[in-house]
Design a protein around this ligand. Sequence first.
Ligand code: FAD
Length: 279
Amino acid sequence: MKKENDMSDFPGRGGRPGGGRRRPPPQPVEVVRVERITPRLVSVHVAGGDLTRFQDAAPTAHIKVFLPAPGQDAPVLPTMGPEGRVWPEGQERPTVRTYTPRAYDPATGALEVQFVLHGEGPASTWAEQAKPGAKMALGGPGGRFAADLAAPRWFVAGDESALPAVATLLDALPATASAQVHLEVSGPEDEIAFDSKADLTVTWHHRRAADAFGVELHDAATRATITGGTQVWVACEASAMRRIRRELIDGGVPHASLVTRGYWRLGVADHPDHDNGED
Ligand SMILES: Cc1cc2nc3c(=O)[nH]c(=O)nc-3n(C[C@H](O)[C@H](O)[C@H](O)COP(=O)(O)OP(=O)(O)OC[C@H]3O[C@@H](n4cnc5c(N)ncnc54)[C@H](O)[C@@H]3O)c2cc1C
């Protein structure tokens, strides 16, 4: 039996022995409903056991999805030993990826997770084929909400991977807030509607070339007037996020008002979940 730290799916959150709160092992769940929201965004509702902890997930929180390895019906999962997780030997471990807990429905006990179908990658492929009855497991929620929810003005920018997180953020904004929201997607068919009590100005940008990730968001950040007291939240491809972050800092946005996240990195599988571009 191989041992591994029980926080390995939430690096930087007390994952070293003696370094913080222990998390339970991943929770097995089953797909109960699948809906295509847009041609490239699929909503997967999962249930199984008690998921009520997701009701209180912070805006833009994240989860780990544990997906079956090829040829498996359900992901192989660890048990908890005195020194952390213990994985069964001789069985392929699951694919683990980071997603956003979009919404918990107390009426059904199900959690909604929205997957971008980006073409390659085990999680995208799994979601494209997901049907009711498919098995996976969930870890989390994790992720501290670093922005100031009481801020009166917001500049929010994200690509397709950040649409679920942006939606959780807009859900949480108060009526006293106003938000400029810039979203970059492939085309008009990828646009979705948002609910918010806040006063939203949503601008959709269509990628000028298939691989021009974040270029439109960078242009939007360059053109934006970001006045004092504006809270900025940006999540997209990691290199694009760094260019946007640099632009905003050079434009005078204080570090304290800036939350930037690299949600994935071009050409890299399983980009870490805690990339805030401070390098
Ligand atoms: C905090 C956090 C929350 C996230 N929430 C969501 C969410 O709710 N929904 C969601 O869809 N994603 C979300 N992501 C992004 C998601 O974790 C990555 O897109 C992940 O890489 C997908 O795994 P995969 O197995 O499909 O591809 P991987 O095996 O990780 O990557 C395979 C290849 O696909 C490319 N790739 C990965 N993602 C994309 C993409 N979005 N567009 C184009 N190419 C890509 C990679 O560069 C790589 O070359 C989140 C990420 C973070 C850090």
